[in-house]
Design a binder for this molecule. Structure first.
Ligand SMILES: Nc1ncnc2c1ncn2[C@@H]1O[C@H](COP(=O)(O)OP(=O)(O)OP(=O)(O)O)[C@@H](O)[C@H]1O
Ligand SMILES: [Mg+2]
Length: 159
């Protein structure tokens, strides 16, 4: 209950501003690098310069960290973060080359306390989705055709 209350109460402390996406991704990578090194996972970045999103910086950092930490945990060897324009939309992608997400789990993966075999509390993705939606974005997930999971975040062009 305390965790759920915390997630809900965070709606009240949302402080949006223009965030440089390249700097945000750099920040995420710096935070994850020690964990990635320990797991022998390479972090790749492909980030368009000059992209901005209007959101709460601390919360966006948390949202992306949750995805990248999951990716590192499940990857065989690589996690890639991409930021690019997708038509008028701004797109952020976090993908790995791990086992992907089981078909049973896939429709429920963003729900609180849903977790797989190597899972921890099952809250990370629920928090991430709440933050992305609070920021006016949308997040989806799919398994890649070859291997691994791909999380795609889209913000409208005016966000
Ligand atoms: N990149 C991924 N590849 C494969 N499975 C994943 C991936 N990301 C998440 N999952 C699955 O989704 C479940 C839910 O993820 P979520 O981040 O919400 O919780 P968690 O990582 O188990 O715990 P925490 O609350 O500490 O983040 C995980 O337990 C795992 O089974
Ligand atoms: Mg997690």
């Amino acid at each position: 209950m305390i965790l759920l209350a915390k997630l809900d109460s965070e709606q009240a402390s949302y402080h949006p501003k223009q965030i440089n996406v390249a700097a945000l991704v750099e920040h995420v990578a710096d935070r994850v690098l020690p964990l990635a090194a320990e797991d022998h996972v390479t972090l790749k970045k492909e980030v368009a310069e000059g992209m901005y999103i209007y959101a709460d910086e601390e919360k966006m950092l948390r949202a992306l960290l949750n995805l990248v930490v999951n990716g590192v945990r499940h990857a065989h060897s690589v996690v890639k973060i991409t930021a690019a324009m997708n038509g008028k939309q701004k797109m952020l992608v976090v993908e790995d080359d791990g086992e992907g997400i089981s078909e049973e789990l896939l429709p429920h993966i963003f729900h609180r306390f849903v977790k797989g075999k190597q899972g921890e509390t099952g809250l990370g993705l629920a928090i991430t989705r709440a933050i992305i939606e609070q920021s006016g974005g949308k997040i989806t997930v799919e398994n890649k055709s070859d291997e691994g999971a791909r999380f795609v975040i889209l913000f409208p062009g005016n966000a």
